[in-house]
Ligand binder design. Structure first.
Ligand code: NAD
Ligand code: MG
Length: 392
């Protein structure tokens, strides 16, 4: 029996994870669930999966959840310390890190420091603190399995005992596929006026709002380039982004002998979730088998950096190193939030991130305190810029 904590249980990844777990009750047991504000949804999940612990964002949310769960033996708590507890508890083996954004860093790091099996969806945590996070994983013998579909595909296309040295494994390049999002073919001049609803309408994937906007700006692919760098030890020059609008190939690894290995499937996150849950075995995920004969064609082309400046900004941050990726990530979180609140326009997202990158120094990511300080400075700087251009 694997005992599981889900950080961010009410989100898109959290719900898909519970869907897979419900198919295998004899193999998996839910130890703890967390949500930020969607208390009613968390209460329904608690009634179905009977966790020992549930964690929410505020004392008010905790009081509400306690009321909704009257009669059930669920220990309810709130806040970051409680999230770290359910991630690090000796009563759990596996932690699904599916909180969105920097808020997921502390609990995910707590899971690494207690040697858990970590199923990593929360890419922002790794982008912010890549070296420190990977060091903690190694030092405490944690197991890190990627949930992001591209990284899960790369992981599946690498040799089983890949030791994060691309040359030693004969890897020439990591080919990170990208759908290009909803605005791949829209006239660039019209991007100024797109609405949050349009940006969140991804052609192939159903996801949370923040990652949906990131997919529309392709900042998501930029964060994934940084994520791939840390997960697979590949320098920026060895990671190539390839636009593949159909999202059937989830990413590829090309080898020095000319071989290219890929992982294919229908675009449904339950596949990588099931893969990582059961690894190195396989379990059913509920995803339909891929029907190759029903597909007319698969297309591939290079990304247009003028259309997607966020992708270039992320490569710049990776090459700059240190706390530059934390700066990029925090500025982006603030800009995306302001866009979703309709305070700034879609193209303002890349302008805000660029200005924060240009106007702020980055330093060494020597410890988590340095990363968090950079995160706070970047948020303040981005909020300041947003205030000067905001419509309301
Ligand atoms: P979502 O918005 O649907 O869900 C986010 C979850 O995090 C919710 O459970 C919410 O309660 C919780 N949360 C939000 N803010 C919080 C805070 N301040 N403190 C604690 N908890 C908080 O997001 P999602 O689409 O499920 O994405 C989650 C993570 O997985 C992101 O990092 C995203 O980049 C990554 N990811 C998602 C997908 C996908 O298909 N949705 C694919 C690849 C990677
Ligand atoms: Mg992805």
């Amino acid at each position: 029996m694997q005992r599981i904590t889900i950080l961010g249980a009410t989100g898109s990844i959290g719900v898909s994870t519970l869907d897979v777990l419900a198919r295998h009750p004899e193999q998996y047991q839910v130890y703890a669930l967390s949500a930020h504000s969607r208390v009613a949804e968390l209460a329904v999940q608690c009634r179905q999966f009977r966790p020992q612990r549930a964690v929410v964002g505020t004392p008010e949310a905790a009081a509400e959840l306690t009321r909704l769960l009257a009669g059930l033996p669920v220990d309810v708590s709130y806040g970051e310390a409680a999230l770290c507890e359910i991630a690090a508890s000796p009563d759990t083996d596996t932690v699904m890190a599916a909180i969105v954004g920097a808020a997921g860093l502390a609990p995910t790091l707590a899971a690494a420091r207690t040697g858990k099996k970590i199923l990593l969806a929360n890419k922002e945590a790794l982008v912010m603190s890549g070296q420190l996070f990977m060091d903690a994983v190694r030092e405490h013998k944690a197991t890190l399995l990627p949930i992001d579909s591209e990284h899960n595909a790369i992981f599946q296309s690498l040799p089983a005992h890949y030791g994060r040295a691309p040359e030693a494994a004969g890897v020439a390049k990591i080919l990170l596929t990208a759908s290009g999002g909803p605005f791949l073919n829209r006239a660039v001049e019209t991007l100024e006026s797109v609405t949050p609803a349009e940006a969140c309408k991804h052609p192939n994937w159903s996801m949370g709002r923040k990652i949906s906007v990131d997919s529309a700006t392709m900042m998501n692919k930029g964060l994934e380039v940084i994520e791939a760098h840390w997960l697979f030890g590949a320098p920026a020059d060895q990671i190539e982004v390839v636009i593949h609008p159909q999202s059937v190939i989830h990413s590829m690894v090309s080898y020095v002998d000319g071989s290219v290995l890929a992982q294919l499937g229908n675009p449904d996150m339950r596949t990588p979730i099931a893969h990582a849950l059961a690894y190195p075995e396989r379990i059913a995920s509920g995803v339909a088998q891929l029907d190759l004969t029903s597909m007319s064609a698969l297309h591939f082309h290079q990304p247009d950096y003028a259309r997607f400046p966020c992708l270039a900004l992320a490569f710049d941050a990776l090459r700059a190193g240190g706390t530059a990726p934390a700066l990029l990530n925090a500025a982006n979180e603030i800009a995306v939030e302001a866009f979703l609140e309709e305070r700034i326009g879609f193209r303002d997202i890349d302008r805000v991130v660029r200005r924060v990158m240009d106007e702020n120094e980055h330093g060494a990511a020597s410890d988590i305190a340095a990363v968090m300080a950079q995160d706070a400075r970047a948020r303040a700087a981005a909020s300041g810029i947003v205030a000067t251009i905001a419509r309301n």
